[in-house]
Design a protein around this ligand. Sequence first.
Ligand SMILES: Nc1ncnc2c1ncn2[C@@H]1O[C@H](COP(=O)(O)OP(=O)(O)OP(=O)(O)O)[C@@H](O)[C@H]1O
Length: 298
Amino acid sequence: MSTGGEQRYVELFRLSKAYPNPYGDRVTVVDGFNLIMKRGEVVSLIGHSGCGKSTVLTMVAGLNSISEGSVVLSGKEVTSAGPDRAVVFQSPCLLPWMTAIQNVRLGVDRVFAHGTRQQRKEICEYYLDAVGLADSMDKYPRELSGGMQQRVGIARAIALKPKMLLLDEPFGRLDSLTRMELQDVILKILDREKITTMLVTHDVDEAIYMADRICMMTTGPMARVGQILDMPFERPRRREEVLEDPLYYDLRGCLVSFLEEQDRRKHRPAPVPKIAESDAAKSADASDQADALAHAEA
Ligand SMILES: Nc1ncnc2c1ncn2[C@@H]1O[C@H](COP(=O)(O)OP(=O)(O)OP(=O)(O)O)[C@@H](O)[C@H]1O
């Protein structure tokens, strides 16, 4: 039976972020973002470009300061970056003078400094094999395709055996075939290792296929959780089964409607500003505004 700590393994409590703007003010991008994740759960954050998905993820990673609120992972408040949270970004940023295995070893040597040299080597080999790079471990980044480099980035993150995996559009730069292959690579590893994962993506289908829950963010500024959807599909998942499930299209429709509604709100015209005039002119102006608002609501 799972304990309370496993049910509330990650807690984002009233998380807010304000960035300075060029005029010296602060703009609150994310405001009062609440989310609780179970241990081993995969939650996808989805929302319009610029709503603050990466801001939330980087605050959880400890790479971005928290303006207000808190992130608690396994009972411990996050105050800085640490190896218990591994991040995979769009681009893996491998060190070009090191081979694939040397890139993975950098972190492994630090985190498992207590292990023997042989044990650390085996960890790296195991995860490079898990991402399908058994034959390319000794290649340099320049000898690897974009997809292969991203596989190294995934192996590098998971080899640290983190408590939490943070994926920020990890397939964003890949062609659709490679993207699907890597989705399956990650799903297989997550099914085996049960790593609690936050996945930021723009891709509705990717979110449905990979996540246990999808957290839809409202459009910023002051973005927060708009709605959370549970994905009813069993694990391990097979793409064809998910795609053939009639619920898939209902869920997809729900996500798309949410995003469209957010888009409408963002582009709703503001009321026409009033200018001081006579009472008669004022009332005419008020009725024009009412018309404008009614038009915007329609
Ligand atoms: N360091 C920063 N300083 C000032 N503003 C920032 C900073 N980082 C992000 N922002 C702003 O915060 C908002 C949210 O950015 P963020 O990258 O979190 O959004 P996102 O939803 O991940 O976007 P996308 O989907 O396009 O990657 C944007 O308006 C962005 O311009």
